[in-house]
Design a protein around this ligand. Structure first.
Ligand code: PLP
Length: 356
Protein backbone atom coordinates (compact mmCIF):
# COMPACT_ATOMS: atom_id res chain seq x y z
CA UNK A 1 0.00 0.00 0.00
CA UNK A 2 1.23 3.47 -0.81
CA UNK A 3 2.12 5.68 2.13
CA UNK A 4 -0.72 7.84 3.35
CA UNK A 5 0.63 10.67 5.49
CA UNK A 6 -1.84 12.18 7.90
CA UNK A 7 -0.93 15.36 9.70
CA UNK A 8 -2.09 15.24 13.32
CA UNK A 9 -2.90 18.28 15.42
CA UNK A 10 -3.99 17.21 18.88
CA UNK A 11 -6.42 19.26 20.90
CA UNK A 12 -4.92 21.21 23.79
CA UNK A 13 -7.99 20.84 25.99
CA UNK A 14 -9.77 17.49 26.16
CA UNK A 15 -13.53 17.86 26.46
CA UNK A 16 -15.49 16.39 29.38
CA UNK A 17 -16.96 13.02 28.48
CA UNK A 18 -20.72 12.59 28.85
CA UNK A 19 -22.39 10.30 31.41
CA UNK A 20 -22.57 7.00 29.50
CA UNK A 21 -25.85 6.07 31.18
CA UNK A 22 -27.78 8.99 29.72
CA UNK A 23 -26.26 9.04 26.23
CA UNK A 24 -28.64 9.87 23.40
CA UNK A 25 -27.87 9.62 19.70
CA UNK A 26 -25.52 11.95 17.83
CA UNK A 27 -25.54 14.87 20.24
CA UNK A 28 -22.00 14.87 21.63
CA UNK A 29 -18.83 14.59 19.59
CA UNK A 30 -15.32 13.41 20.39
CA UNK A 31 -12.18 15.55 20.65
CA UNK A 32 -10.94 15.12 17.09
CA UNK A 33 -12.09 14.86 13.49
CA UNK A 34 -10.50 13.80 10.21
CA UNK A 35 -10.53 16.14 7.22
CA UNK A 36 -9.22 15.78 3.66
CA UNK A 37 -9.67 18.15 0.72
CA UNK A 38 -10.27 17.53 -2.96
CA UNK A 39 -9.22 20.04 -5.58
CA UNK A 40 -9.81 19.51 -9.26
CA UNK A 41 -6.54 18.69 -10.99
CA UNK A 42 -4.86 17.79 -7.70
CA UNK A 43 -7.12 15.05 -6.33
CA UNK A 44 -7.57 14.30 -2.62
CA UNK A 45 -4.91 15.94 -0.47
CA UNK A 46 -4.07 17.47 2.92
CA UNK A 47 -5.26 14.54 5.03
CA UNK A 48 -5.32 15.73 8.62
CA UNK A 49 -6.66 14.97 12.06
CA UNK A 50 -7.48 18.08 14.04
CA UNK A 51 -9.51 19.20 17.06
CA UNK A 52 -13.27 18.83 16.50
CA UNK A 53 -14.46 22.27 15.43
CA UNK A 54 -16.85 24.17 13.17
CA UNK A 55 -15.92 24.41 9.49
CA UNK A 56 -15.99 27.59 7.45
CA UNK A 57 -17.59 27.51 4.01
CA UNK A 58 -18.50 30.16 1.50
CA UNK A 59 -22.29 30.76 1.53
CA UNK A 60 -22.26 29.88 -2.15
CA UNK A 61 -20.69 26.47 -1.47
CA UNK A 62 -22.57 24.09 -3.72
CA UNK A 63 -23.59 21.65 -0.98
CA UNK A 64 -25.93 24.31 0.50
CA UNK A 65 -27.84 24.77 -2.73
CA UNK A 66 -28.07 21.53 -4.64
CA UNK A 67 -27.31 18.96 -1.96
CA UNK A 68 -24.29 17.32 -3.52
CA UNK A 69 -23.26 15.28 -0.50
CA UNK A 70 -22.92 11.67 0.66
CA UNK A 71 -22.50 10.05 4.08
CA UNK A 72 -21.91 6.79 5.90
CA UNK A 73 -22.76 5.42 9.34
CA UNK A 74 -20.78 2.80 11.24
CA UNK A 75 -19.78 1.93 14.81
CA UNK A 76 -16.74 1.12 16.96
CA UNK A 77 -16.97 -1.03 20.08
CA UNK A 78 -14.60 -1.75 22.94
CA UNK A 79 -14.44 -5.35 24.18
CA UNK A 80 -14.14 -6.67 27.74
CA UNK A 81 -10.40 -7.16 27.09
CA UNK A 82 -10.10 -3.53 25.93
CA UNK A 83 -9.75 -4.24 22.21
CA UNK A 84 -11.35 -1.77 19.81
CA UNK A 85 -13.51 -3.36 17.10
CA UNK A 86 -14.95 -2.01 13.87
CA UNK A 87 -17.71 -3.91 12.07
CA UNK A 88 -17.12 -4.50 8.33
CA UNK A 89 -15.72 -0.96 7.86
CA UNK A 90 -14.42 -1.71 4.34
CA UNK A 91 -18.04 -2.21 3.30
CA UNK A 92 -18.92 1.32 4.39
CA UNK A 93 -16.13 2.89 2.34
CA UNK A 94 -17.06 0.71 -0.64
CA UNK A 95 -20.64 1.94 -0.36
CA UNK A 96 -19.46 5.53 0.11
CA UNK A 97 -17.74 5.22 -3.28
CA UNK A 98 -20.94 3.86 -4.86
CA UNK A 99 -22.79 6.85 -3.44
CA UNK A 100 -19.98 9.11 -4.72
CA UNK A 101 -20.34 7.69 -8.19
CA UNK A 102 -24.10 8.33 -8.22
CA UNK A 103 -23.63 11.90 -6.97
CA UNK A 104 -20.71 12.77 -9.32
CA UNK A 105 -18.34 13.10 -6.37
CA UNK A 106 -14.75 11.88 -6.94
CA UNK A 107 -14.10 8.51 -5.33
CA UNK A 108 -11.84 8.16 -2.30
CA UNK A 109 -9.07 5.62 -1.76
CA UNK A 110 -10.89 3.08 0.44
CA UNK A 111 -7.71 1.72 2.02
CA UNK A 112 -6.57 5.24 2.92
CA UNK A 113 -9.96 6.05 4.41
CA UNK A 114 -9.68 2.98 6.64
CA UNK A 115 -6.17 4.00 7.73
CA UNK A 116 -7.50 7.47 8.60
CA UNK A 117 -10.48 6.05 10.48
CA UNK A 118 -8.33 3.67 12.52
CA UNK A 119 -5.99 6.49 13.48
CA UNK A 120 -8.89 8.76 14.46
CA UNK A 121 -10.60 6.06 16.54
CA UNK A 122 -7.30 5.18 18.20
CA UNK A 123 -6.70 8.82 19.13
CA UNK A 124 -10.21 9.20 20.63
CA UNK A 125 -10.58 5.64 21.94
CA UNK A 126 -11.33 6.85 25.47
CA UNK A 127 -14.62 8.10 24.01
CA UNK A 128 -15.89 4.61 23.17
CA UNK A 129 -18.51 3.96 25.84
CA UNK A 130 -18.39 0.61 27.66
CA UNK A 131 -21.94 0.20 29.03
CA UNK A 132 -24.01 -2.59 27.42
CA UNK A 133 -25.62 -1.48 24.16
CA UNK A 134 -23.48 1.64 23.81
CA UNK A 135 -20.91 2.29 21.06
CA UNK A 136 -19.04 5.01 19.21
CA UNK A 137 -21.05 6.08 16.16
CA UNK A 138 -18.86 7.12 13.23
CA UNK A 139 -20.09 9.50 10.55
CA UNK A 140 -17.91 9.89 7.44
CA UNK A 141 -19.32 12.38 4.91
CA UNK A 142 -18.36 14.38 1.84
CA UNK A 143 -19.59 17.85 0.88
CA UNK A 144 -19.30 19.92 -2.30
CA UNK A 145 -17.41 23.08 -1.36
CA UNK A 146 -16.93 24.99 -4.60
CA UNK A 147 -18.37 28.53 -4.31
CA UNK A 148 -20.58 28.55 -7.41
CA UNK A 149 -24.33 28.75 -8.01
CA UNK A 150 -24.33 26.95 -11.34
CA UNK A 151 -25.96 23.53 -11.40
CA UNK A 152 -23.02 21.24 -12.06
CA UNK A 153 -20.72 18.89 -10.16
CA UNK A 154 -18.47 20.81 -7.78
CA UNK A 155 -14.75 21.09 -8.48
CA UNK A 156 -13.85 20.96 -4.77
CA UNK A 157 -14.90 18.75 -1.86
CA UNK A 158 -14.18 17.96 1.75
CA UNK A 159 -14.21 14.45 3.22
CA UNK A 160 -14.77 14.60 6.97
CA UNK A 161 -15.12 11.95 9.68
CA UNK A 162 -16.76 12.86 13.00
CA UNK A 163 -17.57 10.51 15.88
CA UNK A 164 -20.20 10.47 18.60
CA UNK A 165 -20.60 8.20 21.64
CA UNK A 166 -24.14 6.81 21.49
CA UNK A 167 -26.33 5.14 24.06
CA UNK A 168 -28.32 1.96 23.78
CA UNK A 169 -30.93 2.50 21.10
CA UNK A 170 -33.44 0.75 23.33
CA UNK A 171 -33.61 2.11 26.85
CA UNK A 172 -35.81 -0.72 28.15
CA UNK A 173 -34.67 -3.54 25.91
CA UNK A 174 -35.97 -4.37 22.45
CA UNK A 175 -39.50 -3.07 22.04
CA UNK A 176 -41.70 -3.62 18.98
CA UNK A 177 -42.59 -0.40 17.15
CA UNK A 178 -45.72 0.74 15.27
CA UNK A 179 -45.31 1.45 11.56
CA UNK A 180 -47.49 3.49 9.22
CA UNK A 181 -47.61 2.28 5.62
CA UNK A 182 -47.15 5.42 3.51
CA UNK A 183 -49.61 5.58 0.61
CA UNK A 184 -48.90 9.03 -0.77
CA UNK A 185 -45.23 9.96 -0.47
CA UNK A 186 -42.37 7.80 -1.75
CA UNK A 187 -38.80 7.62 -0.44
CA UNK A 188 -37.08 6.90 -3.72
CA UNK A 189 -38.18 6.66 -7.33
CA UNK A 190 -37.04 4.19 -9.94
CA UNK A 191 -33.92 5.68 -11.51
CA UNK A 192 -33.53 8.08 -8.58
CA UNK A 193 -30.96 8.16 -5.78
CA UNK A 194 -32.49 5.64 -3.36
CA UNK A 195 -29.46 3.39 -3.55
CA UNK A 196 -27.09 6.21 -2.51
CA UNK A 197 -26.65 7.49 1.04
CA UNK A 198 -27.17 11.11 0.09
CA UNK A 199 -28.75 13.89 2.14
CA UNK A 200 -31.63 14.61 -0.23
CA UNK A 201 -33.18 11.19 0.37
CA UNK A 202 -33.55 12.02 4.04
CA UNK A 203 -34.74 15.60 3.54
CA UNK A 204 -37.51 14.28 1.29
CA UNK A 205 -38.53 11.65 3.84
CA UNK A 206 -39.17 14.10 6.69
CA UNK A 207 -42.71 15.08 5.68
CA UNK A 208 -44.07 11.54 5.80
CA UNK A 209 -42.15 10.81 9.00
CA UNK A 210 -43.65 13.89 10.64
CA UNK A 211 -47.19 12.92 9.65
CA UNK A 212 -46.65 9.34 10.87
CA UNK A 213 -45.24 10.60 14.14
CA UNK A 214 -48.26 12.87 14.70
CA UNK A 215 -50.48 9.81 14.40
CA UNK A 216 -48.37 7.92 16.91
CA UNK A 217 -46.27 5.81 14.58
CA UNK A 218 -42.52 5.41 15.01
CA UNK A 219 -41.62 4.94 11.35
CA UNK A 220 -42.86 5.05 7.80
CA UNK A 221 -43.12 1.94 5.64
CA UNK A 222 -42.08 2.98 2.13
CA UNK A 223 -43.65 1.44 -0.97
CA UNK A 224 -42.35 1.40 -4.54
CA UNK A 225 -42.80 4.56 -6.61
CA UNK A 226 -44.53 2.99 -9.60
CA UNK A 227 -47.29 0.72 -8.32
CA UNK A 228 -47.33 1.91 -4.72
CA UNK A 229 -47.61 -1.70 -3.78
CA UNK A 230 -44.23 -3.36 -3.19
CA UNK A 231 -42.43 -2.87 0.11
CA UNK A 232 -39.06 -1.11 -0.04
CA UNK A 233 -37.82 0.03 3.39
CA UNK A 234 -38.95 1.07 6.84
CA UNK A 235 -37.83 4.54 7.95
CA UNK A 236 -34.11 4.48 7.20
CA UNK A 237 -33.84 0.73 7.71
CA UNK A 238 -34.13 -2.34 5.51
CA UNK A 239 -37.03 -4.64 6.32
CA UNK A 240 -37.50 -8.39 6.88
CA UNK A 241 -40.62 -10.52 7.33
CA UNK A 242 -40.92 -14.07 8.60
CA UNK A 243 -43.89 -15.71 6.93
CA UNK A 244 -44.67 -19.39 7.47
CA UNK A 245 -41.07 -20.20 8.43
CA UNK A 246 -39.45 -18.34 5.52
CA UNK A 247 -37.63 -15.05 5.93
CA UNK A 248 -38.39 -12.58 3.12
CA UNK A 249 -36.70 -9.25 2.39
CA UNK A 250 -37.22 -7.00 -0.64
CA UNK A 251 -34.60 -7.69 -3.33
CA UNK A 252 -32.24 -4.77 -4.02
CA UNK A 253 -33.83 -3.00 -6.97
CA UNK A 254 -31.96 0.29 -7.35
CA UNK A 255 -34.19 2.32 -5.06
CA UNK A 256 -33.43 0.36 -1.87
CA UNK A 257 -30.34 1.26 0.17
CA UNK A 258 -28.09 -1.83 0.33
CA UNK A 259 -27.67 -2.11 4.10
CA UNK A 260 -24.61 -3.77 5.59
CA UNK A 261 -26.77 -4.98 8.48
CA UNK A 262 -29.18 -6.43 5.89
CA UNK A 263 -26.32 -8.26 4.21
CA UNK A 264 -25.03 -9.55 7.56
CA UNK A 265 -28.48 -10.83 8.58
CA UNK A 266 -28.79 -12.64 5.24
CA UNK A 267 -25.42 -14.35 5.82
CA UNK A 268 -26.44 -15.35 9.33
CA UNK A 269 -29.76 -16.80 8.14
CA UNK A 270 -28.04 -18.79 5.38
CA UNK A 271 -25.49 -20.15 7.86
CA UNK A 272 -28.35 -21.33 10.10
CA UNK A 273 -30.10 -22.98 7.13
CA UNK A 274 -33.17 -20.83 7.64
CA UNK A 275 -35.10 -20.46 4.35
CA UNK A 276 -34.54 -16.95 2.94
CA UNK A 277 -36.02 -15.20 -0.07
CA UNK A 278 -34.85 -11.90 -1.57
CA UNK A 279 -37.69 -10.87 -3.83
CA UNK A 280 -40.51 -8.42 -4.35
CA UNK A 281 -43.06 -8.51 -1.56
CA UNK A 282 -46.29 -6.51 -1.65
CA UNK A 283 -48.24 -5.09 1.30
CA UNK A 284 -51.15 -7.24 0.14
CA UNK A 285 -49.03 -10.34 0.68
CA UNK A 286 -48.29 -9.21 4.25
CA UNK A 287 -51.98 -8.47 4.87
CA UNK A 288 -52.89 -11.90 3.54
CA UNK A 289 -50.25 -13.60 5.71
CA UNK A 290 -51.64 -11.74 8.72
CA UNK A 291 -55.19 -12.83 7.88
CA UNK A 292 -54.29 -16.47 7.44
CA UNK A 293 -52.09 -16.49 10.53
CA UNK A 294 -48.71 -17.06 8.85
CA UNK A 295 -47.19 -13.62 9.51
CA UNK A 296 -44.76 -14.59 12.26
CA UNK A 297 -42.24 -11.78 12.64
CA UNK A 298 -41.17 -8.47 11.11
CA UNK A 299 -38.14 -6.31 11.81
CA UNK A 300 -36.05 -3.46 10.43
CA UNK A 301 -32.23 -3.53 10.18
CA UNK A 302 -29.65 -0.73 10.21
CA UNK A 303 -26.46 0.31 11.97
CA UNK A 304 -28.13 2.66 14.49
CA UNK A 305 -30.71 0.24 15.95
CA UNK A 306 -29.11 -2.98 14.59
CA UNK A 307 -32.50 -4.73 14.65
CA UNK A 308 -35.82 -3.09 15.37
CA UNK A 309 -38.78 -5.43 15.93
CA UNK A 310 -42.07 -4.36 14.36
CA UNK A 311 -45.23 -5.00 16.36
CA UNK A 312 -47.88 -3.37 14.22
CA UNK A 313 -48.52 -1.98 10.73
CA UNK A 314 -51.30 0.40 9.80
CA UNK A 315 -52.28 0.28 6.12
CA UNK A 316 -55.21 2.59 5.41
CA UNK A 317 -57.93 1.33 7.75
CA UNK A 318 -56.28 -2.05 8.12
CA UNK A 319 -54.38 -2.87 11.31
CA UNK A 320 -51.84 -5.67 11.08
CA UNK A 321 -50.55 -7.06 14.36
CA UNK A 322 -47.30 -9.01 14.32
CA UNK A 323 -46.74 -11.77 16.89
CA UNK A 324 -49.20 -10.12 19.30
CA UNK A 325 -46.96 -7.07 19.41
CA UNK A 326 -44.20 -9.09 21.04
CA UNK A 327 -40.63 -9.53 19.87
CA UNK A 328 -40.23 -12.76 17.87
CA UNK A 329 -37.79 -15.54 18.76
CA UNK A 330 -35.81 -15.23 15.53
CA UNK A 331 -35.70 -11.42 15.79
CA UNK A 332 -34.34 -11.66 19.34
CA UNK A 333 -31.78 -14.35 18.49
CA UNK A 334 -30.49 -12.44 15.44
CA UNK A 335 -30.18 -9.30 17.55
CA UNK A 336 -28.28 -11.15 20.30
CA UNK A 337 -25.93 -12.85 17.83
CA UNK A 338 -25.17 -9.82 15.72
CA UNK A 339 -24.61 -7.44 18.63
CA UNK A 340 -22.52 -10.19 20.31
CA UNK A 341 -20.26 -10.42 17.25
CA UNK A 342 -20.05 -6.64 17.04
CA UNK A 343 -19.01 -6.13 20.66
CA UNK A 344 -16.77 -9.19 20.81
CA UNK A 345 -18.74 -11.37 23.23
CA UNK A 346 -19.56 -13.97 20.55
CA UNK A 347 -16.95 -15.55 18.29
CA UNK A 348 -16.94 -13.91 14.87
CA UNK A 349 -17.05 -16.91 12.52
CA UNK A 350 -17.81 -14.60 9.57
CA UNK A 351 -14.57 -12.61 9.87
CA UNK A 352 -16.50 -9.35 9.98
CA UNK A 353 -14.83 -7.49 12.82
CA UNK A 354 -11.62 -5.53 12.38
CA UNK A 355 -9.42 -5.01 15.42
CA UNK A 356 -7.75 -1.62 15.66
C1 PLP B 1 -28.08 3.49 6.13
C2 PLP B 1 -29.41 3.00 5.69
C3 PLP B 1 -29.83 1.68 5.86
C4 PLP B 1 -29.07 0.67 6.66
O1 PLP B 1 -27.78 0.44 6.25
P1 PLP B 1 -26.74 -0.21 7.26
O2 PLP B 1 -25.52 -0.36 6.45
O3 PLP B 1 -27.32 -1.51 7.70
O4 PLP B 1 -26.59 0.75 8.39
C5 PLP B 1 -31.04 1.29 5.31
N1 PLP B 1 -31.82 2.17 4.65
C6 PLP B 1 -31.46 3.46 4.50
C7 PLP B 1 -32.36 4.35 3.76
C8 PLP B 1 -30.24 3.90 5.01
O5 PLP B 1 -29.91 5.19 4.87
Amino acid sequence: MTAFPIQVERTRTLKDKPDIHTLGFGQVFTDHMFVMDYTEGEGWHSARIMPYQPITLDPSAMVFHYGQTVFEGMKAYVTATNEVLLFRPERNFQRLNHSNDRMCIPTINEAHALVALKELVQLDREWIPTAPGTSLYIRPFIIATEPYLGVAASKNYQFIIIMSPVGSYYKEGLNPVKILVEKQYVRAAKGGTGEAKTGGNYASSLKAAELASKEGYAQTLWLDSIENKYIEEVGSMNIFFKINGTVITPALNGSILPGITRDSILHMLHSQNIPVEERRISVDEVVEAYENGTLEEAFGTGTAAVISPIGEFKYGEQQILVNNNEIGLLTQSLYDKLTGIQNGTIEDTFDWTVII
